[in-house]
Design a protein around this ligand. Structure first.
Ligand code: HEM
Length: 427
């Protein structure tokens, strides 16, 4: 076992095996050194405190949630879908790094849509909505080797453009209140006198979103990253022309899953994946996640297309796979780097929490390498859960009139409802 992995295990064990045991600052120091990260003492203290609070939140949440031990955040999945992530043929040269190095390259991907709360709640309740994308078969050197050998690239977003804390220091204080079941105490308080107005507004925006379908939302990274030499934020926006009709009863607790299942029974869905480069003259801080980078100063530029073909995704095996998936902003390859103190904290926290819940559930850590569900009893067929009788590769595209393959070829795009359903559906 490599030393850094050993250290990681020590850290995680000390963090989680016993409620009396605390994660030691020595273990964190060693880990941070092994990872080669630059981190101040104050930042380390904030991370230790965040992990401690997160553990308390999990403990309480678990008393309310049914079923397996869930994620600390984004506990409820509304669906895990198969998708193609295709790099645009005309991607500007400065973005051709990491998984974007090859114009026209297509990656099989998994998308986990989620509700943000730590509790599993009815879909109609206001909440942040998550979209976490995992590209499989990524090539290049892993940016965080302690996370394992299989190369994947994750893009983790929610449907609000800004976070409710500026940095890890504010976050650590805020989550201490949350761990005491005090959801407002950090934002407003009499003693010590406290009024964090911008943050309160952001938090309100975050938790008040009600939606018709996860396929119709726009999602944001909120935090910055570096791709090649460019600092940027990223976002996924439904493709022009994508319209999703409401067809299910929205009073049902899991209507978002039902709505996506109904839409994807015969139709496909599509997102533009875009980046917003940081410009020096703008108000675009790297360590204040409450600031929305102005799109007038730096517009988002589409660099890839996410195509979600018609499919069935609600089997028990697929839901269990989804529960056991680990998304992490530090799953990445090549010239890609998450930036800012919140992102540095996520490198430690996401892995710790993922290891913990897998151990609690006695579930293996599996990383998919394609659209097949690893270790499933059902063998992976060429159809791989798609609602298409004969998958022809590349797949036809829907809601995607602007799609231009790099070869310039005109692709079969029989994407009107009739076309997909009658010509391709297995039913
Ligand atoms: C500000 C930008 C952030 C975004 C866009 C974001 C978004 C998300 C999303 C979408 C998920 C669900 C991932 C999945 O489907 O598996 C998630 C999980 C999680 N997030 Fe965040 N998050 C952010 C910041 C943070 C921070 C600062 C922390 C704590 C330091 C944090 C802690 C967690 C944890 C512990 C999980 C569960 C991980 C697991 O069990 O696998 N998040 N986040």
């Amino acid at each position: 076992m490599r030393p850094c992995i050993l250290l990681f295990c020590t850290l995680l064990l000390s963090a989680h095996t016993n409620a009396q045991q605390e994660l030691t600052s020595d273990a964190l120091d060693s880990l941070v050194t092994e990872m080669g990260m630059e981190m101040s003492d104050a930042e380390r203290t904030a991370i230790l405190s965040s992990i401690k609070s997160a553990r308390e939140i999990s403990r309480v949440a678990q008393q309310h949630n049914d079923g397996p031990y869930r994620r600390d955040a984004h506990a409820k999945a509304t669906g895990c879908l198969r998708a193609e992530f295709e790099i645009n043929g005309d991607i500007p040269a400065e973005f051709q790094h990491s998984v974007f190095a090859e114009p026209g390259r297509s990656y099989q991907s998994w998308i986990r849509y989620s509700n943000g709360d730590m509790l599993v709640q009815p879909d109609g309740k206001g909440d942040a909505r998550g979209m976490a994308i995992k590209l499989v078969g990524a090539t290049g050197t892993s940016i965080a080797p302690e996370l394992g050998a299989t190369a994947t690239q994750d893009f983790i977003m929610t449907n609000t453009p800004a976070f409710f804390n500026r940095n890890i220091h504010d976050y650590a204080e805020n989550i201490t209140h949350l761990a005491k079941q005090d959801r407002t105490g950090w934002f407003i308080g009499l003693w010590p006198p406290r009024l964090n107005l911008t943050e309160m507004l952001r938090a309100r925006q975050t938790i008040s979103s009600t939606i018709d379908t996860p396929l119709g939302e726009r999602y944001f990274s909120m935090l910055p990253y570096r791709l090649g030499d460019t600092e940027l934020k990223f976002s996924a926006r439904p493709c022009p022309g994508a319209r999703y009709t409401v067809t299910v009863d929205q009073s049902k607790p899991d209507f978002l899953t039902a709505q996506m299942a109904e839409t994807l029974a015969s139709d496909s869905a599509c997102f533009d994946f875009m980046v917003q480069p940081r410009v020096a003259e703008g108000d675009m801080p790297l360590d204040d996640a409450t600031v929305i980078w102005d799109e007038a100063e730096s517009p988002f530029i589409p660099i890839a297309r996410i195509h979600i073909p018609p499919q069935t995704f609600t089997s028990d095996a697929q839901q269990a796979f989804c529960e056991n998936l680990s998304m992490n902003p530090w799953h990445g390859v090549g010239e890609w780097q998450p930036l800012g103190s919140l992102n540095r904290a996520r490198r430690v926290v996401y892995h710790a929490v993922s290891e913990f819940r897998h151990r609690q559930n006695d579930a293996p850590q599996v990383t998919p390498t394609d659209w097949c569900i690893p270790d499933s009893d059902t063998p992976c067929s060429p159809q791989q859960g798609l609602n298409i009788r004969k998958p022809t590769w590349p797949l036809p595209r829907c809601f995607d009139p602007a799609f231009k393959p790099i070869t310039g070829e005109v692709r079969d795009s029989r994407c009107d409802r009739e076309g997909y359903f009658t010509e391709y559906s297995a039913r």
